[in-house]
Design a protein around this ligand. Sequence first.
Ligand code: UCC
Length: 544
Amino acid sequence: MTEFFQEAPGYSNRFESDRALRGALEHFLGEDAFREAEGPLKQLGELASGDLLELQEAAEKSPPRHVPFDAWGRRVDVIEVHPSWLKLVDIGHEAGLVAVPYEQGFGAKARILQAGLLHLFLPCTATADCPLGMTDAAVTVLNKHDSELAATYIPKLTARTEAWSAGQWMTEREGGSDVSRTSTKAVQDSDGAWRLTGTKWFTSAATSQIALALARPEGVEEGSAGLSLFLVELHKADGSWNGIRVRRLKDKLGTRALPTAELELEGAVAVPVGGIGRGVAKIAPMLNVTRLHAALGANSYAGLGLSLSASYAKRRVAYGRPLRELPVHRVWMAELGADYRAGLLLCLRAAELIGKSEHGDSSKLARLVVPLTKLAAARQGVEITSHVLESFGGAGYVEDTGIPRLLRDVHVQCIWEGTTSVMALDVRRALAKEGAGAELVEDAKALISNPPAGTEGFARRIEGALADLTSLMGSFEEAKSRVVAWGLARTYQAALLFDAARWGRAREDDSWLTALELFMNRPLVSPYPGSDDSALDRLAFESF
Ligand code: UCC
């Protein structure tokens, strides 16, 4: 009997091999811009199936290390990061992952090109996008709120070579999502300089050159309204820390190559962004950009996982035939493919809307679609990646296949930059404050208008869901936030898939219609549980 070895899945240039990604990018960019974008996308796709994987492996094998003291007892707080990880960040800058939206050329569509590039880069680069995403987001804040700081820092942050990166320091021990409990103090010296003192509990990418930090100026009342936003340079000109101590690096479930630190600010010199006050409102545009990066991250992990799983299914033989020929496997994978495409379309739509709003469009859609996208694409990405792991059987559970890392890393996308519940509350805020719901409903109706023959049933169901949501979202209590947000996200995804079924058919690609059918096999809007609060309370908390 010949020796048997299981077949490993193969990595390939995903820009070329992922037909959903290619097709959706072509649709959102339009023919001319797509032709122009093909070169950089292909090039990054090539790197992502070769050189970047090697750098990632080296970075993952040597996680960052905090060296608090030097050999002679001096406090140095060096964060040692493997050169491969820093190289990955550099490659991201060089590929324009930060720069593209701020360069001439693609105009409002630059965010779509950036999303395509990120999709290829993100899942195979040891979370090197974290500093890139925060840098991109910091640029939007400086552009919007402080022309002087913008003139100093944006050229460094958007450079393609020797670029700086930016961190974002919000989270504190007292309150994670609830920034109203921020206790970091900002005190102004007699010489006018501001100094920050306090603990920042989760600071990702502690290797950045600058950070945007929330702090409470001395004497300002409690709550989030009194917070201000500051720009901090992490190091002084001589290379020493700017009044900052590293308490420790976090030991995390995933994102292990990424240095996430607890930092003690001990009089760090800082500059107010756009003057004192309105800190939360000023940092909010940052969140909208990083939330797009996070959503794309999750969707790209799902895409890479599915491509590996498909490659495996074509080679792995079970019960006398390749896995792909087993009916039960085919249906399962197709269902996951439908969710992946729904997430992909939503991410690209969010990128398109952010791009438009950055180029003067006054629509409120982006304000609502971004949290919907983070909520849905991040959670769906985790679900899909979990199934991908299972699709490899025991092999998926074994570290050196690389599959467990995908599942560990994708999980963070639901958490950082706001959990699923924080997104649901943000959706509620956007609906109540900005009245963005009506625009979303109109947009979804436009996507399903004039249904082609054979798709009228889908259009009717989507319209029904939109009618249900319209009555639900007028004004609703906090408890219903998740139900409404998920209903809106899934219904909007169905409308985007419906539109894709139309443009796919025009290109003789019916796979989008199949994706729509499978996606709509499940309800678009789930009913809110009928039980009263005390019954829910007994089930959720009192039973334990
Ligand atoms: O730091 C973290 C780890 C870093 C890693 C990053 C990597 C990313 C790259 C990914 C690559 C793959 S994680 C940090 C996690 N923390 C959060 O995400 C914070 C979660 N909390 C929230 O999102 C809250 O909703 C807050 C903090 C934004 C709002 O809190 P408040 O205190 O309730 O504030 P308000 O009163 O609701 O809002 C204050 C102002 C209002 O404007 P004004 O004053 O004009 O009425 C709001 O309309 O901020 C405005 N605002 C917004 N504007 C609030 N949220 C938004 C928004 N999303 N867009 C526009």
